[in-house]
Design a protein. Structure first.
Length: 402
C-alpha cells in the first residue's frame, strides 16, 4: 500500500485517456453566433476511465498515516455522539446535506431549510437541500449493500421531486463541466461518453467491494472515480458525496452519525476540484489527503455545533419547571433536530393531544425557548432561535478558510 520510493513492480494509478466523438449541437444555429459555432465545429474528445476494480493502491506513507489519523478521529467522534441521548445524528446529517449543497452553490438559511422540511417554504434552494437530506438518508439506509441499485436510489432520492425524468438510470447523453451549453469543445472536463457509463459504474461497484484498502482511502477513491465517470446528467456531486457516507457506514467506520465531511471540503472548494483533477491525471494521493484534512476540519466544526446545542439545551432546562415526564421535555429534544415546528408536527411526532401541545408551546414561548413568527391565527409556526443560530454559525464556519 505504501510507496515512498518507486519500485519496479509498483503499479502507478492509471491516468485518464480520451477518445474522439462526432458532435452535432441540439441548439439551433440561429441562436448562437458564428464564432461560437466555429469553436464547436468538428469532433470533441471525452474521457475514458481506466478499470480500477483490481488495481493495486499505492500511496505515500505520509498520505496513509494522515488518512489513518483521520479515521481514528472519525471513530472517536462517532462513538462520542453515539453515547448521547440527544438527536445530534439528525442535525449533523442535515448540516452535511446543506454543506454538500453549498459546494454546488445551493445556499439557504437554517430556518428556510427547516420550513422546507415542514412543507411551508417553496423556495427552490431550500427544497433542493431538503432533497439532499433525503439522498443522505438513503445512502445510510442502503449502506448494507453498495451496488448499482443503491446508487440509483440515492440519486432518485435527491432529484425525484425536481428532475424526475433523469432518475432511475444512468445518463444517455454526453455531459461536460465548464465551457458553455452549445458544446463540449472548450469544457474544463468532458466525462466518458454515455455508452461507457454502465461498464465504468460496474467496475466502480466491484472496486467498492474490496476489503484490502483502508476505509477513508477507499471512500475518497470511490468518490473521485464516481465524479470522473459522472454517471448522471445532474446531481453527481451531491450523490457522490452521499456515497462517501455510504462507504464509511458500509465498512463500519461510522455507526451512529454522519461526519460533515462536505463542511470540511467547503473551506477550500478550489482545492477540492484541483484534487479531483489531479486524480484524473494519475495522482490519487491528492484527493485522499484532502478528504482526510476535510475530516479534521469537519469534526472540529461538528464539535462546536454540538457544544452550542448542548449549551442551549442546558439553558432551556434551567428555565423550565415541569415534571420529568412532561411533554415539554420531549418537545425540547425534538427542537434540537427540528428547530421550526407547528402543532401538527408535534402531535404527529410525539403522539400527544392538541391541548397538551398548546400548553407546552405557551410555556416554552414564555421562557424564551421558542418564538412564534408566522403571524397567523391558523397553521402557526414556532422557531427555536438558539438552534437556528447554531446551525447558521456552523454553516458560516464551513464557508471560511483557515
Amino acid at each position: 500500500m505504501s510507496s515512498d520510493s518507486p519500485s519496479k513492480h509498483a503499479q502507478r494509478w492509471p491516468e485518464l485517456t480520451s477518445e474522439p466523438h462526432p458532435w452535432i449541437s441540439s441548439i439551433p444555429d440561429d441562436l448562437v453566433s458564428r464564432s461560437v459555432r466555429e469553436r464547436h465545429a468538428g469532433p470533441y474528445r471525452s474521457a475514458v476511465t481506466p478499470a480500477i476494480a483490481t488495481i493495486e493502491v499505492e500511496l505515500p506513507s505520509k498520505t496513509l498515516a494522515l488518512a489513518d489519523e483521520a479515521s481514528t478521529e472519525i471513530a472517536r467522534f462517532d462513538a462520542e455522539l453515539g453515547a448521547e441521548v440527544a438527536p445530534f445524528a439528525a442535525i449533523l446529517l442535515r448540516s452535511e446535506s446543506a454543506s454538500s449543497s453549498r459546494i454546488e452553490n445551493l445556499t439557504s438559511s437554517a430556518r428556510a431549510i427547516a420550513l422546507a422540511e415542514l412543507g411551508s417554504d417553496k423556495r427552490q434552494n431550500a427544497a433542493e437541500i431538503v432533497a439532499n437530506v433525503h439522498a443522505m438518508k438513503a445512502a445510510i439506509d442502503l449502506s448494507d449493500r453498495i451496488d448499482e441499485k443503491a446508487v440509483l436510489a440515492m440519486h432518485s432520492a435527491l432529484l425525484i421531486d425536481h428532475q424526475p425524468k433523469i432518475v432511475g438510470r444512468w445518463r444517455d447523453q454526453q455531459v461536460w463541466i465548464g465551457g458553455n451549453d452549445y458544446g463540449p469543445h472548450q469544457a474544463a472536463f468532458v466525462p466518458p461518453h454515455q455508452d461507457r457509463v454502465p461498464a465504468a459504474m460496474a467496475d466502480l461497484i466491484e472496486f467498492s467491494r474490496r476489503r484490502d484498502i483502508p476505509v477513508l482511502v477507499h471512500a475518497a477513491l470511490i468518490h473521485a472515480q464516481f465524479e470522473t465517470i459522472h454517471p448522471f446528467p445532474d446531481g453527481n456531486g451531491r450523490t457522490g458525496r452521499a456515497l462517501i457516507h455510504a462507504i464509511l457506514r458500509h465498512r463500519g467506520l461510522t455507526r451512529n452519525v454522519t461526519i460533515p465531511v462536505s463542511a470540511g471540503l467547503l473551506t477550500d472548494t478550489d482545492g477540492y476540484f484541483d484534487a479531483l483533477t489531479a486524480y484524473r491525471r494519475g495522482d490519487p494521493a491528492a484527493i485522499v489527503t484532502l478528504t482526510a484534512e476535510a475530516t479534521f476540519t469537519a469534526i472540529t466544526n461538528g464539535r462546536l455545533l454540538v457544544a452550542d446545542l448542548k449549551a442551549a439545551r442546558e439553558r432551556w432546562s434551567e428555565q423550565i419547571e415541569a415534571r420529568r415526564d412532561a411533554v415539554i421535555w420531549r418537545i425540547m429534544e425534538l427542537l434540537l433536530r427540528q428547530p421550526v415546528v407547528d402543532t401538527a408536527l408535534l402531535e404527529r411526532e410525539l403522539e400527544v393531544s392538541p391541548a397538551n401541545v398548546s400548553r407546552a408551546l405557551a410555556q416554552l414561548a414564555s421562557a424564551g425557548v421558542i418564538k412564534e413568527f408566522s403571524d397567523k391565527k391558523r397553521n402557526r409556526l414556532w422557531q427555536a432561535p438558539e438552534v437556528l443560530s447554531a446551525l447558521d454559525e456552523f454553516a458560516a464556519r464551513a464557508g471560511r478558510r483557515g
